[in-house]
Design a protein around this ligand. Structure first.
Ligand code: PGA
Length: 258
């Protein structure tokens, strides 16, 4: 069974104080669910205040938006996996398209970050997705396979059990123009086929594949109705408490994948 995973990626939004107020409002409105997991990924500076506000028994889990692959040392400005673990993070987003395009993150860095996450038992959410030009040129499948190969080659079967993949077409992120369910499903099938080929059908069936890019309370239902879409990585809509709660409610009404 694949539990639905709803991940809020706050990007560079909310101070520690604003983040605490948000989760104070939202946490009590999200009942525990056997079929849905919720994760919030605040900026590093707000992780501690979110953790303190949620307390130890919350239904919302903590994630980070990035990490650096070394554990410690002279890497000014970076944050390591042990630091995130110590703050109570369970998940970490890796290879988001904004990191790739704005900060020049390349495959070798993404591979090392995944390795660090696996080593420290953080669950990585690996983001991949094609640009508009790549889609228009009919290269979507090829790009997804290249990105998967670039990030995952060299990782053992044992480690990938904790992996989640987020399909996020670059043209859909923050644009208000989400992929259609058919487009997302086609990409998810490509990803699952790659995982089956690289490891096994069991791994492919067990790995959660999320969709991300302009997900809102209005389109989440249609997306999650497909059993190929195991959840969502959500930016803008997760900054508003009511929208986050509505999305969570809809996810709960749908349930898990068999
Ligand atoms: P969006 O962002 O929901 O605002 O499009 C998604 C993401 O970047 O993960």
């Amino acid at each position: 069974m694949r539990r639905i995973l709803i991940v809020g990626n706050w990007k560079m939004n909310k101070t520690a104080t604003e983040a605490a107020a948000f989760v104070h409002n939202v946490a009590r409105r999200l009942p525990a669910s056997p079929t849905v997991e919720y994760v919030l990924a605040p900026p590093f500076t707000a992780i501690e205040s979110v953790r303190a506000t949620l307390g130890s028994s919350s239904t919302i889990q903590l994630g980070a938006q990035n990490l650096f692959w070394e554990d410690r040392g002279a890497y000014t400005g970076e944050i390591s996996a042990p630091m995130l673990k110590d703050l109570g993070c369970r998940y970490v987003i890796i290879g988001h398209s904004e990191r790739r395009t704005l900060f020049g993150e390349r495959e070798d860095a993404i591979q090392k970050k995944l390795h660090a996450a696996f080593t420290h038992e953080l669950r990585p959410i690996l983001c991949i997705g094609e640009s508009l030009l790549q889609r228009e040129e009919g290269k979507t499948e090829e790009v997804l396979r290249q990105q998967l190969h670039g990030a995952l080659a060299g990782h053992s079967l044992h480690s990938v059990t904790a992996l989640t993949i987020a399909y996020e077409p670059v043209w859909a992120i923050g644009t208000g123009k989400a992929a259609t369910t058919d487009q997302a499903v086609a990409a998810h099938r490509t990803i699952r086929a790659f995982l089956a080929q690289m490891w096994s059908t069991d791994v492919a069936e067990a790995t959660r594949i999320l969709y991300g890019g302009s997900v809102t309370p209005h389109n989440i239902d249609t997306l999650l109705r497909s059993d190929q879409i195991d959840g969502a990585l959500i930016g803008g809509a997760c900054l508003q408490a009511d929208a986050f709660v509505t999305i969570a409610d809809i996810a709960q009404s749908i349930g898990a994948r068999q």
